[in-house]
Design a protein around this ligand. Structure first.
Ligand code: TC6
Ligand code: FAD
Length: 668
């Protein structure tokens, strides 16, 4: 019999009753308007509310059982989405890489890469006819696929990939081979057993001359039997830290033949006679990664808001230690240090979600440009997607762990779901471009931009601030306003960029090659890149709170958002104080006042913390947490979960009789 009360925990109810805004108002803002919120809720109503599976079952299953369950869950979900005929997510992105659907597959989606990456890859890299053939087959699930780029020996350095595709003039085919163990494709999500096709980036050879990387649609399993095709060696790479349901795979190819028309040919082509037409811009092959990096920002910011919701609701329900002796124990959310763990992460998730919205607008514009043969926005797009992917994933990974700590011992339970979120987010620091490597790409872009700034050339919009900051070495007058806080970060970034540039130049002057100098300047390049990204995130948050978007909002909501912005700005400036002090000598009193503002902003957020999290509007199924449910009945849920632990099924497990008792007896 369930121990769960039907009522909401009174401490949580009190939080909701006493807040300065209603969660609904925040939810409408957070999801971009009433209509979008409705789309999201309708999806949840049709999909999540209707899933009969026991949501907490997966931590108690084996690797194989989790995979089997994930496939079954996926099919249920796919059927529902087909029935509903929804194509777009509430934020305008394709429905499939949707964070709304997490609750349906808590151990990961075995066809996430198929739905989220391959379809878009075919759209970006394939011709319209190829999309009609392969893209539509993927959309209808008559074909299942994986994106097989990474090899056992190379993930980061794509030019080092060894898989080759040789054009056979006689048969009008490509012959694919992974000639060494290090060239085995390794890691692709869904490739182990779920996919029957792969997108394989490989070196294109014509008459044994390498023409660079191209993408090929390669059937790997029989369409009828699903058995691996001749020449294909495919399987699961074994247990990972997380993503148990995803089935990451390995793939070896030995003389696997595919028609010439299976090369994705929107940007470069091979004709029947073997003529090769080069892409107008070689890095277009990398554009699918740009798209996925954008979506990672959205997904991970959402995951941070999920962890923040779990930890904040729990902190409102949990009581421990009085603040004043002889008084009742307080809700742990009332300890100031607890607020410092919770609220900055709420602010971070908002900051990155806002940054995603801007990033995605730039992605859509750049995609349109590419369709019209215009590529000038690509470097800025690449740089921005890299830096936001890095900052959002690394901030979130650190943040989720802080939020776990904020839940004390119970945060460490699998059923809190914080561990699961942490593992997901941890992987995103590595996949789709390892974070340090992407920081170095941004550093490279900054060096080029700085050189242009010195030459008085016009800079891309997101680095335009460098132009002024190059001249403006410090702030003339410090008022401590949000605008000042942003300005000081921008000047610190410009300064960091400047000294990084100087050190790079000095190394070149001393005779190092460009590559050596870049390697030796790597630490500063990554630091400058990080600061640059922070400036973008801070500027976006500031614009949202103080710009024209604030007009239609109620004064109460604007106040709440202002409190969160204040917390974000102050925390950020304090975090980078060592860089700030290099460009502006803040006095002891000014630094003390920042510390006071930090404390005040935590207190200002406190009364609304629970409703802000409610306003993130996470369905209980998506949170999948004994600590974070809307009703706050934490102890009952934890207890029910313990009771369901398979070890508790019988009072004395078999192994005690067979091993422990005999061993104990032997020592009597
Ligand atoms: C759900 C989870 C699913 C996961 C899936 C995966 O993980 S899938 C696997 C995911 N795997 C990964 O993510 C692998 C990560 N590795 C990579 O992305 C690349 O190999 C690299 C960028 C690290 C280096 O590449 P490289 O050695 O070939 O390049 P370079 O450094 O010599 O720079 C040359 C020029 O290219 C420019 N440029 C570069 N990229 C882009 C771009 N996307 N767009 C536009 N431009 C780009 C760069 O700025 C530079 O321009 P410049 O200054 O000359 O004007
Ligand atoms: C959960 C998960 C899912 C994945 N899904 C897919 C998928 O669907 N398809 C796919 O193709 N791949 C996939 N991958 C692979 C992923 O894209 C790569 O692991 C990732 O790009 C990092 O490459 P790597 O493993 O070669 O790391 P490495 O590059 O070997 O990184 C190891 C270390 O070397 C450092 N390093 C490497 N190069 C440089 C450099 N130039 N300068 C400075 N430092 C450097 C890195 O910073 C890092 O510290 C997945 C990976 C994971 C973990």
């Amino acid at each position: 019999m369930s121990l769960l009360p039907k009522t909401v925990n009174p401490d949580l109810q009190k939080e909701r009753d006493n807040a300065s805004i209603k969660a609904e108002e925040f939810a409408v803002w957070w999801h971009g308007g009433k209509d979008r919120l409705k789309i999201k809720r309708d999806l949840e109503l049709h999909i999540l509310d209707d899933l009969d599976e026991d949501i907490y079952r997966f931590p108690n299953l084996s690797h194989e059982e989790i995979y089997n369950a994930a496939i079954k869950d996926f099919i249920k979900l796919a059927k529902k989405i087909q029935e509903l005929k929804v194509e777009r997510n509430y934020d305008g992105t394709d429905i499939w890489p949707s964070s709304v659907l997490w609750g349906a597959m808590p151990a990961g989606n075995p066809l996430a890469v198929h739905c989220g990456m391959v379809i878009e890859c075919i759209r970006i890299q394939g011709t319209d006819e190829q999309f009609e053939k392969f893209g539509k087959a993927c959309q209808s699930f008559s074909m299942t696929s994986a994106y097989a780029q990474t090899e056992l020996g190379h993930g980061t350095f794509i030019r080092g990939l060894e898989t080759r595709a040789d054009f056979d003039h006689h048969t009008d085919e490509f012959v694919l081979n992974t000639p060494t163990i290090s060239s085995y494709k390794w890691w692709p999500g869904g490739m182990g057993q779920s996919a029957n096709h792969c997108i394989v980036p490989a070196n294109l050879y014509i008459d044994n001359v390498c023409k660079g990387l191209a993408m090929f649609v390669v059937p790997i399993r029989d369409m009828e039997t699903h058995a691996p095709l001749p020449g294909v060696d495919v399987g699961d790479i074994g247990k990972r830290m997380g993503f148990a349901g995803v089935n990451n795979g390995y793939l070896g190819l030995k003389n696997v033949r595919i028609p010439r028309t299976n090369m994705l040919m929107r940007h470069s082509q091979v004709h029947r006679d073997g003529t090769f037409v080069q892409s107008p811009v070689s890095v277009l092959t990398y554009f699918t990664m740009v798209y996925i990096r954008c979506l990672i920002v959205r997904n991970v910011a959402t995951q941070l808001s999920m962890a923040a919701t779990i930890a904040t609701r729990y902190s409102a329900v949990r009581r421990q230690s009085p603040i004043n002796p002889n008084e009742p124990e307080v809700q742990i959310i009332d300890h100031l240090t607890q607020q410092k763990k919770l609220f900055p992460e709420m602010a971070n998730s908002i900051a990155y979600k806002l940054a995603f919205t801007k990033l995605y607008q730039l992605y859509e514009t750049t995609s349109q440009d590419i369709k019209h043969g215009e590529f000038s926005r690509l470097p800025e797009m690449h740089s921005l997607s890299c830096i936001l992917k890095v900052l959002c994933t690394s901030t979130t990974m650190a943040g989720v762990d802080i939020l776990r700590l904020a839940c004390g011992g119970h945060g460490y339970l699998s059923s809190s779901n914080i561990g699961n979120i942490y593992l997901d987010v941890g992987a995103s620091c590595t996949y789709e471009g390892e974070n340090t490597v992407l920081l170095l790409q941004v550093g490279r872009f900054l060096m080029k931009s700085y050189r242009s700034a010195l030459a008085g050339k016009k800079l891309a919009p997101t680095v335009a601030y460098l132009q002024n900051a190059v001249k403006e070495k410090s702030l003339c007058h410090w008022t401590g306003s949000w605008e000042d806080l942003l300005k000081i970060l921008q000047i610190a970034t410009a300064h960091k960029t400047h000294i990084t540039y100087e050190n790079l130049m000095a190394r070149l002057k001393a005779g190092q090659t460009e590559a050596e100098a870049a390697n030796n300047t790597g630490i500063e390049l990554t630091q400058a890149a990080e600061l640059h990204g922070i400036c973008f995130v801070a500027a976006t948050f500031l614009e949202e709170v103080t710009g024209p978007h604030s007009k239609p909002r109620s004064p109460a909501l604007n106040k709440v958002l202002g409190n969160l912005l204040e917390l974000f700005m102050i925390s950020t400036v304090l975090k980078y104080m060592h860089e700030v002090l290099r460009v502006h000598k803040l006095s002891e009193a000014e630094i003390r006042s920042l510390q006071t503002r930090l404390e005040d902003s935590l207190k200002a957020v406190r009364p609304d913390a629970v409703v802000i999290c409610d306003g993130f509007d996470h369905h209980d199924r998506n949170l999948f947490s004994t600590l974070g449910s809307y009703d706050g009945n934490v102890y009952e849920r934890i207890f029910e979960e313990a009771k369901r632990c398979p070890l508790n099924k019988q009072p004395v497990p078999e192994v005690i009789h067979t091993h422990l008792k005999p061993f104990m007896k032997s020592n009597l």
